[in-house]
Design a protein around this ligand. Structure first.
Ligand code: HEM
Length: 375
């Protein structure tokens, strides 16, 4: 912290450094050269931290760390050490996909939950021990489908079985590649994946607290949580389309169909016939293991149907439907509902940014031999 304090006057003198300049001089207005995206993100950071210097400085430090880690990522990172890694992983993912479609949503959600807690470092895959309750055993992660973990473990084994690649590729990168593959396998866009992440050195259930979005969140809460990870509101709306795939347990939205408010037992923003359909699939007394499709129209295709559903009041969670009911996010929903190619571009950009969150490099990480166990 002291070192950072010493650095701040230097940063202030540096005309390019919008982060420190803007954060430390919020009343002087923004440097016109600062990108809008960054200005908005920094405004949020400033508001969050106003008057609390220590936290404020830590935010600056975190942003610097994030950029340093992300700077190391590149395509073809393993060109010399394991040139075939992407093919090896794709083969395993394709085999697993043929065995069960659940592979797709399971891997995609696993990647998201990994990146939002301590960065994309495969910390979500680590198993709990007698002395440590790991991320995966936090209540928010208990519904992560086992097929996601299994895919990464199998891909890691396949990579390590190639002698040149033995223990050269991180679990975090394998998860990033597998995520790219499941999106493409289910009809979504193909994109180049950036690599070069190390695996994290810690995984605690406590670190999950308050770091994953909840299905009851409103737009401000969603936006703030994504902003904390360097992602814009546009990125958040694009990434939410992941709910075009996969399943939800009834309990996650039961309040919306049975006990919404004093005035109305059903959430009025929910399409009324969809609400009836949901009530029949999820009766009041229901086996807690029952899960239903989140996209009732094309549940196995990664497409822009998610946005069309929102236009018809068929977003399953409040956090989905609010993207249409809130006038600030509605234009993006309408745009992507009618332009699949624009949506695909936005999704590629957002998931690439997601993959840069909290990347570990140098002594902050290593390559785990077993993705579930620290070396
Ligand atoms: C925007 C805020 C988000 C909230 C509040 C949220 C919440 C949830 C909840 C409650 C479930 C159901 C879990 C269950 O009952 O088993 C779920 C499922 C899922 N989420 Fe999200 N999520 C969000 C964003 C994302 C993002 C950004 C991604 C990926 C990029 C994602 C991918 C998924 C997938 C694929 C599933 C289905 C999982 C499966 O079938 O196993 N979600 N989400």
């Amino acid at each position: 912290m002291d070192q950072l304090r010493r650095e701040i006057p230097l940063l202030l003198r540096c005309p390019e450094n919008h982060l420190s300049k803007s954060l430390l001089n919020p009343d002087r207005g923004w440097d016109v050269a600062a990108p809008f995206e960054e200005q908005r993100k920094l405004s949020l950071l400033f508001l969050e931290n106003k008057g609390r210097e220590e936290r404020w400085l830590m935010v600056v430090q975190k942003e610097k760390d994030r950029k340093r880690g992300a700077a190391q990522l590149r395509q073809n990172y393993y060109a010399k050490t394991c040139p075939n890694v992407e093919n090896i992983v794709r083969k395993v993912v394709t085999k697993k996909f043929k065995q069960t479609f659940v592979t797709v949503p399971a891997v995609l959600r696993l990647f998201f939950h990994d990146c939002f807690v301590n960065g994309c470092d495969a910390s979500v895959i680590v198993a709990s021990t007698a002395n440590n309750t790991a991320e995966k055993d936090h209540p928010d992660n208990l519904s992560l489908a086992g097929d996601g973990f299994d895919t990464v473990m199998k891909a890691k084994a396949a990579v390590d079985a190639v002698s040149q690649c033995g223990n050269k590729v991180s679990c975090a990168d394998i998860l990033a590649i597998a995520t790219r593959d499941v999106v493409a396998l289910s009809g979504g866009p193909s994109y180049e994946v950036e690599l070069g992440r190390l695996d994290g050195l810690s995984s605690t259930a406590a670190s999950v607290n308050g770091n994953l979005p909840q299905p009851e969140f409103n737009l401000d809460q969603l936006t703030a949580m994504f902003a904390k990870n360097g992602l814009s509101q546009k990125d958040m709306i694009a990434l939410s389309a992941a709910h075009t795939l996969g399943f939800s347990h009834c309990g996650k939205f039961a309040k919306r169909i049975y006990s919404f408010s004093q005035q109305s037992s059903v959430d009025p923003t929910l399409n009324q016939s969809y609400a009836v359909q949901l009530q029949s699939m999820c009766p009041k007394v229901v086996d807690s293991r029952i899960a239903i499709d989140m996209d009732p129209i094309t549940p196995r295709i990664f497409d822009n149907q998610y946005y069309k559903n929102l236009q018809h009041g068929m977003g399953l969670f409040t956090s989905d439907q609010v993207l249409f009911t809130d006038p600030r996010s509605k234009p993006a929903v309408n745009f992507w509902a009618q332009s699949p190619s624009s949506f695909q571009r936005a999704f590629i950009s957002a998931i690439t940014k997601l993959g840069r969150v909290g990347v570990k490099t140098g002594s902050n990480g290593n390559i785990r031999r077993d993705c579930a166990i620290f070396n």
